[in-house]
Write a protein that binds this ligand. Structure first.
Ligand SMILES: Nc1ncnc2c1ncn2[C@@H]1O[C@H](COP(=O)(O)OP(=O)(O)OP(=O)(O)O)[C@@H](O)[C@H]1O
Ligand SMILES: [Mg+2]
Length: 390
């Protein structure tokens, strides 16, 4: 069986690390061999478990392992060849030494390194549950769009067919002043390209879900809505919301107004999101050790956290008469902020500052977009054969 992958994201400080750690303790105690990976450069997973974590799986207790990704370590270990070439490439373009070194780290390179870890452990099949404690929302969204962007970018940058490049190289080397990548670099790039493709498949798989951790506060709700919009747009399945730090009803007179405000926000959350909502009370003490297990019981009401609590594909393709319709969930956005473009075999959707490039299946790529509608948070684009006479 493929591993179950659960990603935790949310605004800064809402409780992602705590909830991820609690979830992992629960899944490992059920008997699933679990690995928690912290991708946030400001690691605090180790504090949650009160245990030092290495940049590779470190045993915490039976069935439970944790690690904190260290980007420099990654770069040294896996990326040297490509990095050297890029540095060389930029230098040949007259870009100064130090800058070249920095440029050699692609945008989103560090995030990509973390995600490729996920792929490694996924493929090894050693763990049954892989939990990712992600950086705050904005960075996570960037991270999750990296596989797609990187794939596109690499296609453009190194898009020449391997064989052609090999043939051209001896001639090209003397004609142009751009150093072409060596055989070794090409192999690495090719390999990376394939791995990014696989990573995308895992992230979009039925056994991978994202959980948004939030607090009942206005700004946090808005940010969570944006996160939900983009996660949908990128085709990632969100299966529940975890509303953390909710004051219990009997919090006393001093907090009574807060209790009311929070309850109002909770209702708002339940109304606006089409997702199961798990409520986690605010605790009086720090949540570490034993307390993490108790917290997990409260979060999931004793249920198995590996359950997929909500399933609806964010992107669907259907047939309507002789037209093909692509439906994409992009809730909480206004129509004016949506732009759609079709370029050859690619469908480009721009939702505010986010851009999604969807490679269309052959059957649709050949067709023309006939129209688009945005209803109830869902974008529907119709494709078919254009009738010249109307
Ligand atoms: N339900 C809760 N009750 C009381 N305190 C909590 C609760 N959940 C988390 N905390 C505390 O809130 C603080 C932030 O939690 P945590 O580190 O899990 O958040 P985070 O979302 O991972 O933060 P960051 O964005 O910095 O990674 C910690 O001190 C944690 O102990
Ligand atoms: Mg954290």
């Amino acid at each position: 069986m493929e591993p179950r992958v659960i990603l935790f994201t949310g605004k800064g400080g809402v409780g992602k690390t705590t909830i991820a750690a609690a979830t992992a303790i629960k899944t490992s105690s059920i008997g699933y061999k679990t690995l928690v990976i912290s991708t946030d450069p400001a690691h605090s997973l180790a504090d949650s478990f009160s245990k030092e974590l290495k940049p590779y799986p470190t045993r915490i207790e039976e069935n439970l392992y944790g690690m904190e990704v260290n980007v420099e370590y990654e770069l040294e270990k896996h990326w040297n060849t490509i990095k050297e070439y890029l540095t060389f490439f930029f230098k040949s373009q007259g870009i100064e030494d130090i800058v070249a070194e920095e440029l050699a780290i692609f945008p989103g390179f560090d995030e990509l390194a973390s995600l490729l870890h996920l792929l490694n452990f996924y493929e090894r099949g050693e763990y049954e549950v892989l939990i990712l404690d992600c950086a705050p929302t904005g960075e996570t969204l960037r991270l999750l769009s990296v596989p797609e962007v990187a794939k596109w970018y690499m296609n453009r940058f190194f898009g020449i067919e391997r064989k052609v490049l090999k043939l051209v190289k001896p001639i090209a080397d003397s004609l142009i002043d751009v150093p072409l990548p060596s055989e070794e670099v090409l192999d690495k790039i090719q390999e990376l390209y394939v791995r990014i493709g696989k990573l995308k498949n895992i992230l979009e798989s039925e056994r991978t879900t994202v959980r948004i951790v939030m607090n009942p506060e206005k700004m946090v709700i808005r940010e969570s809505e944006r996160a939900f919009t983009y996660l949908n747009l990128f085709g990632y399945q969100v299966d529940c919301l975890i509303v953390n730090k909710v004051f219990p009803q009997d919090s006393g007179k001093f907090l009574s107004r807060w209790v009311e405000i929070q309850q109002d926000y909770l209702s708002e959350i339940r109304e606006r999101f089409p997702l199961p909502v798990f409520v986690v009370p605010f605790k009086e003490t720090e949540i570490v050790g034993e307390k993490l297990y108790e917290l997990a019981e409260e979060i999931y009401n004793g249920e198995d956290p590996t359950k997929v609590f909500y399933r609806e594909k964010p992107i669907k393709i259907s047939k309507e008469n002789d037209e093909t319709v692509i439906s994409i969930k992009v809730p909480f956005i206004s129509k004016e902020d949506l732009k759609i473009l079709k370029k050859g075999g690619e469908l480009i959707i721009i939702a505010k500052q986010w851009k999604r490039i969807i490679s269309l299946p052959q059957s649709i790529a050949a067709k023309e977009p006939l129209g688009a509608k945005y209803i109830n948070g869902e974008l529907k684009i119709r494709f078919g054969v254009k009738n010249e006479r109307g």
